[in-house]
Design a protein around this ligand. Structure first.
Ligand SMILES: NC(=O)c1ccc[n+]([C@@H]2O[C@H](COP(=O)([O-])OP(=O)(O)OC[C@H]3O[C@@H](n4cnc5c(N)ncnc54)[C@H](O)[C@@H]3O)[C@@H](O)[C@H]2O)c1
Length: 262
């Protein structure tokens, strides 16, 4: 658990998708440390419950598959029953696929789009309906990627899905700000999480490289000279969820060690 202790998010309830791993997990820990009540939502419900207990009181775990409307509705219902309201939604659930344009299949492309695009749209819909009805405003924070700002191969479907997240953020922000709901996104560069271990293994085996070699090369190419830490993404999410970000609407922030400028 992070040692930061402020009350910036006190009185707020956050639902975090992909909350059991990597960036989502760091967001749950950071939000709880800043006083929020948190619902950790991910595919493995037992893992979420265990993680929630480890983070602290007023943190709950719930099983969530963002590709199932039934599961989305159940997770939102659970959050409202457990915590009474949802003030903040963080869409961190996502999958990465190494797929060359020369080999990519319709099925695998559809799966990436289902999780990374439709998952964000329909989670946002379910939570925004609650926020609009409650009329207390809210914050929605999406995770795009530098891969959505500029392509990188071989991962055409993933890159396209993360470009879509920027577009979804902008469209939802323009519609929802009239209800006091700020929608923004974060574009991480490369962050040391289980997702990147998968990328290292898959890309490395394609290129005949030793485990860890892809990560080493990628880290060396970042202007900051290293991978990012999940906690650094969580710090930006906490800012966007907090009172200082009230006038920030429809933006996508790079948190990437200088990978992309502007
Ligand atoms: N790690 C990076 O370098 C990096 C860079 C840019 C963007 N991102 C984005 O940040 C987000 C978090 O990435 P991470 O690195 O922490 O990945 P991660 O693999 O560590 O965590 C992703 C989580 O999403 C969950 N998930 C997958 N499919 C789901 C589904 N259908 N329903 C609910 N949960 C599901 C997984 O179970 C996992 O716990 C992702 O959207 C990712 O695309 C990551």
């Amino acid at each position: 658990m992070t040692s930061i202790q402020t009350s910036r998010l006190s009185g707020k309830v956050a639902l975090v998708t992909g909350g059991a791993s990597g960036i989502g997990k760091a967001v749950c820990e950071r939000f709880a440390a800043e006083g929020a009540k948190v619902v950790v939502a991910d595919l493995d419900g037992e893992r979420c419950t265990g993680l929630a207990k480890a983070i602290g009181p007023d943190v709950w775990g719930v099983a969530l598959d963002v590709t199932s409307q039934e599961s989305i509705d159940a997770a939102v219902r659970f959050s409202l029953e457990a915590a009474g309201q949802i003030d903040i939604l963080v869409n961190a659930a996502g999958i990465y696929e190494v797929q060359s344009i020369l080999e990519i299949s319709r099925e695998r492309t559809a799966r990436v789009f289902e999780v990374n695009i439709e998952g964000v749209i329909f989670m946002t819909q379910a939570v925004a309906r609650h926020m609009v009805e409650r009329a207390e405003g809210g914050r929605i924070i999406n995770f795009s990627s530098q891969a959505g700002r500029r392509g990188e191969g071989p991962a055409v479907a993933y890159c396209a899905s993360k470009a879509a997240v920027i577009s979804i953020t902008q469209s939802c922000a323009l519609e929802l700000i009239r209800y006091g709901i700020n929608v923004n996104a974060i574009a991480p560069g490369v962050v040391d999480t289980p997702m990147w271990d998968v990328v290292d293994a898959k890309l490395g085996s394609r290129e005949g490289l030793q485990p860890g070699e892809v990560k080493r090369r990628v880290a060396a190419a970042v202007p900051a000279g290293r991978f990012g830490r999940p906690e650094e993404q969580a710090a930006m999410a906490a800012f966007l969820a907090g009172p200082d970000a009230a006038y920030i609407v429809a933006q996508c922030y790079n948190v990437d060690g200088g990978n992309v400028m502007g």
